[in-house]
Design a protein around this ligand. Structure first.
Ligand SMILES: [Zn+2]
Length: 458
């Protein structure tokens, strides 16, 4: 068994000249200057957003996106460019609508998007009485008698009083993720859930739910229409809702894109940086997660252009299907196991192209303590903290192999303006913030590669 120890000589000794520069800080400065003056990643992001929006697993644009990034990797001068093929179930969204149906036959259209993988309805949709709830647990409490045959409306807003919006999302998203599963279990006709956002506007935010075998139609409604529906329910007892979702279940072949800059000393040891190439059907997927993909690729470009003599192989992975079934992450983990791939570290960028503020590590405390030695070097580039926390959805399956995982953290107060909705567009990405994220990723990878040593442990 191989074990890795960081041997860091970060504090340069005070020698002949007190102006002597730490070679690491000089290299990090070069990385930053390259990142902040090169617009290739930004251009790549524009392509993904404008030419391949809505690139959900199995969609034509998902293949266009992978092909484009593969072609870019080849012309950028990567050593290895590889499409990792796998077969997976997929859910192809076609259309979704919903509306209030009044007794006099009139209708009020609600602004909604289907959740994945919602069941399809008959062509005319399903129409049923609505019951408004705030907790998934209410389903069990009310039982089949109240839930059966009805459309369950989950309407608990994201709590604004969490400082960290990711925590507020975690606190509210059970309605979207588990709500439909529970509702289906108790015989509900469908589910409509308030969008996961702080904004009060007419834009629906979709997302995945955990329904697999026993599925019912499930949609997310804009916050404005959630409020409207709630107020109408108070006025009109027995209010009816129509939900119409058209989608197809299938199985298909798709790909993760794996791109390497070979290690000059220990090519068999891998440092992985990744993002997910897929995006929901209703969005350009700029922050989530076109940005992570173009950043990962840009890390390689920078190593290549600056001719950094990386000891280990630096690998960018563009994972397919983070959003629906997380099949790309699972397929990469399987590939890792079957091929005995030796990863030193895997980092994911999936927190939006906002200004970076630090890196979180899902790893043992000794490893994190060693990473913290890099803090003073990374701080100017957004590395304000290196601490325990989450890595990323796509790399998470690598945890079972004992691989240290890391996640890029950003200023996240605006994240849920964009998450899984039509507002997540290229025009909402700041070039400088995108490239600051790339600088931090590249800087960390450079330091890990340079300062790690391997020793035989057995
Ligand atoms: Zn994402």
């Amino acid at each position: 068994m191989i074990r890795y120890i960081v041997s860091v000589v970060l504090l340069f000794s005070i020698s002949t000249s007190i102006r002597a520069q730490n070679p690491d800080s000089v290299q990090l400065r070069k990385i930053f200057e390259n990142a902040i003056t090169n617009r290739e990643a930004y251009h790549n992001l524009e392509f993904l957003c404008k030419q391949a929006p809505g690139r959900l697993l199995g969609s034509p644009n998902s293949y266009i996106a992978v092909d484009y990034m593969r072609d870019y990797a080849e012309q950028m001068g990567a050593d290895t460019v590889f499409l990792q093929q796998y077969i997976t179930p997929a859910w192809i969204h076609e259309s979704s609508d919903a509306g209030i149906v009044y007794d006099d036959g009139s209708e009020y259209a609600l602004t909604i998007d289907a959740l994945g993988p919602s069941a399809s309805t008959p062509k005319e949709g399903i129409t049923a009485e609505v019951i408004e709830l705030t907790q998934v647990e209410d389903i069990e409490r009310l039982g089949r008698e109240k839930i059966g045959g009805r459309i369950v409306f989950f309407n608990r807003p994201m709590k604004p009083t969490f400082i960290n919006p990711f925590a507020a999302y975690g606190d509210a998203v059970d309605q979207r993720y588990w709500g439909p599963v529970k509702a289906a279990e108790y015989g509900a006709a469908g589910v409509i859930v308030r969008s996961m956002t702080y904004n009060l506007n007419d834009i629906p935010h979709t997302g995945s739910c955990a329904m697999r075998e026993n599925r019912i139609p499930a949609v997310a409604v804009s916050t404005m229409d959630a409020d409207y529906l709630s107020s109408e329910l108070k006025k009109v007892p027995g209010l009816m809702l129509n939900i119409n979702v058209q989608a197809t279940d299938t199985a298909l072949t798709t790909y993760n894109l794996i791109v390497d800059i070979r290690g000059k000393e220990k090519p068999e040891e891998i440092i992985l940086v990744g993002g997910h190439i897929d995006a929901w059907f209703n969005t350009e997927g700029a922050h989530d997660d076109g940005a992570g993909c173009v950043q990962a690729m840009d890390v390689l470009r920078i190593f290549n252009e600056l001719k950094i003599q990386n000891k280990r192989t630096i690998r960018a992975v563009m994972f397919m299907d983070e959003e629906l079934y997380q099949s790309g992450g699972a397929a990469y983990a399987k590939y890792t196991k079957e091929n005995g791939i030796d990863h030193l570290l895997a980092i994911e960028s999936d927190a939006g192209a906002f200004m970076p503020i630090g890196i979180t590590f899902s790893a043992d405390p000794d490893f994190i303590a060693e990473m913290q030695q890099f803090k003073s070097l990374l701080e100017p580039y957004g590395g304000g903290f290196l601490k325990k926390g989450y890595g990323g959805v796509d790399i998470n399956p690598l945890k079972e192999f004992g691989i240290p995982l890391a996640g890029l953290n950003t200023v996240r107060q605006r994240y849920y303006n964009y998450h899984h909705c039509m507002s997540d567009t290229f025009s909402e990405v700041s070039f400088r913030e995108l490239q600051m994220g790339t600088t931090l990723l590249t800087g960390l990878i450079y330091l890990v590669d340079r300062h790690w040593e391997s020793t035989d442990d057995n």
